[in-house]
Design a protein around this ligand. Structure first.
Ligand code: KG4
Ligand code: ZN
Length: 345
């Protein structure tokens, strides 16, 4: 039985290819959660197919919510609010979660809270490191985003974050997925590149600075992708046969991972120094990469910065991070009406 002062929030996440739900107490304590991955459904297509994602979200979401209440031992009447990711993501996929949240909020007469997926990824870092305090610099790296943000001290509401750097072309996770395909490693690319890289030489290819465009601020992954293409398939292009043996694939994977990591870590640490903050936060699916996690920790330590990194399970898409962000919004008095909209960007 929840204490009367407890704030219980049901949160839903359906922005891409994970259907997830959670019930959190006071924004930190996870009473129950589920993540239904669709990776096996999309593997045959080598990437996420929006229609397939929507159908799977519709099948998994409400049965998942029933399980959440059973496992948490609470009732809908105990909730303070119902939250769902409403942006950014695949528009149809977002609509499934937001429509479900609207229906539940209406039926149970609870406030509705729309959560920005990126802000959710950043909230996951705060769950891992309760001492994380704004102002801080956050690096969000996922299949759709590669952004460095300044999270200002006074950020209870929405839209307070300042984007300091972003990608000029592909997102970092997208680059991992594409490089994995070129190297014949399959889908999803991130974990496969990471595994292959363990056996490889990160200096085999001179790619270290390939993701640092001359503007001195942002990221670019398309040049590195082309370099991987030529190394893996030569002049024949994407459809050509793989020219590398296992050792060569491992070397290319390690050199690729080093280039992406070097760009992400150096730009993020520099942003922290420029803005005089003492904390760094990391979030998003690519933050599950062990090489990146270690590199950011090491560089932060060298520069006297503290760093908040979520456990792996909270890096890839989940609803716990959405619940954590929803709780912060709720406590700041920010809720939405049933007219809440979804947005792809
Ligand atoms: O945050 P997320 O689960 O979904 C989006 O919001 O996009 O991120 C998914 C991305 C994929 O591109 C996937 O390849 C990448 O995160 N990823 C990784 C690793 N695990 C997942 N990238 C590098 N190393 C990993 N271990
Ligand atoms: Zn994500």
């Amino acid at each position: 039985m929840p204490e009367t002062r407890d704030t219980l929030i049901l949160s839903l996440e359906s922005s891409c290819d994970e259907t997830a739900g959670a019930i959190l107490r006071n924004g930190r304590e996870v009473l129950s959660q589920f993540v239904a991955s669709q990776v096996d459904l999309h593997r045959a297509y080598g990437g996420v197919v929006p229609e397939v994602a929507c159908r799977a979200h519709m099948e998994c979401l409400l049965p998942g919510v029933e399980t959440l209440f059973r496992e948490a031992g609470v009732r809908p009447a105990d909730l303070a609010a119902v939250a769902a990711t409403n942006r950014p993501g695949l528009i149809g996929a977002l609509l499934v979660g937001v429509s479900a949240a609207k229906g539940l909020a209406l039926a149970w007469n609870k406030p509705l809270i729309g959560v920005d997926h990126i802000e959710g990824h950043i909230a996951a870092a705060g769950l891992a490191e309760p001492e994380l305090a704004a102002p801080y610099v956050a690096l969000v790296v996922s299949g759709g985003h590669t952004n460095v943000y300044l999270v200002p001290e006074d950020n209870p509401g929405r839209g307070g974050m300042v984007c300091l750097a972003s990608t000029l072309d592909d997102a970092a996770g997208e680059a991992f997925d594409k490089a994995a395909k070129l190297l014949g490693l399959g889908f999803p690319g991130g974990p496969r590149i990471e595994a292959a890289a363990r056996e490889g030489d990160r200096e085999a290819y001179a790619w270290r600075n390939a993701c640092l465009p001359p503007d001195g601020t942002n990221f670019s992954f398309s040049g590195l992708k082309t370099a991987v293409l030529y190394a893996a398939r030569g002049r024949a292009g994407r459809k050509g046969p793989l020219l590398l043996d296992a050792r060569g694939v491992a070397d290319a994977a390690a050199s690729f991972q080093e280039a992406v990591t070097h760009a992400l870590v150096s730009r993020t640490v520099r942003a922290a120094k420029e803005h005089g903050v003492r904390w760094l936060a990391l979030g998003g699916g690519v933050a599950a990469n062990g090489y990146l996690r270690r590199a950011l920790r090491d560089e932060a330590e060298r520069r006297g910065l503290r760093v908040a990194i979520p456990p792996m399970s909270l890096c890839t898409d989940n609803a716990v991070m959405i619940g954590a962000r929803a709780h912060a919004l709720f406590m700041a008095g920010v809720t939405d009406g049933l007219e809440l909209e979804t947005a792809a960007r």
